[in-house]
Design a protein. Structure first.
Length: 166
């Protein structure tokens, strides 16, 4: 499998896993989604909003556009249905972006500024790898909060995706 095929696979996996998580959350009472939690983003819904917001930041970096974000935890947090559609849309963008990324483009260095300050560079491929890992990391947080609320999160492991999408 080529490096580009790996990136394409990761973006499809990420989209699938995010959709499964939103499906599972849509059956929970709204109070579970907004209940204060001992986590940096404060609740299930705000953790999901953080992921979507940071996806938009990385999307802007890849496009060479300003993102306008000044915090990793935006004050405005839409309801679950709105957030779900926004995440579905940006997930589709990342899938399409990975599909259209030529092998040579993967290694292009992208300069960016962290929201908290400081500049850095990463290749396009590493940005996409980070976007996939970041979503996985926070789905783990959400799964833990679901367990604490008495709900069972979906199984979003990569081998499950591969077994069902081959």
């Amino acid at each position: 499998m080529t490096a580009n095929a790996h990136i394409q696979l990761l973006m499809r996996y990420r989209s699938w896993a995010n959709a499964l998580m939103f499906d599972a959350l849509s059956g929970l009472p709204g109070a579970v989604l907004t209940e204060p939690q001992p986590i940096v983003f404060g609740s299930i819904i705000r953790t999901l909003n953080h992921v979507r917001a940071m996806d938009a930041v990385w999307q802007a970096h890849l496009l060479g556009q300003p993102h306008g974000m000044t915090t990793r935890n935006p004050a405005e947090c839409p309801p679950l249905a709105t957030l779900r559609e926004a995440q579905r849309s940006i997930d589709a963008w990342f899938v399409d972006y990975a599909d259209g990324l030529a092998d040579a483009q993967q290694q292009e260095q992208i300069r960016f500024r962290f929201i908290g300050g400081g500049e850095s560079t990463m290749t396009r491929a590493l940005i996409l790898l980070h976007v996939a890992n970041h979503a996985t990391y926070h789905r783990g947080h959400v799964a833990d909060m679901m367990y604490r609320a008495g709900a069972v999160p979906p199984t979003t492991d990569l081998p499950v995706f591969l077994a069902t999408h081959s």
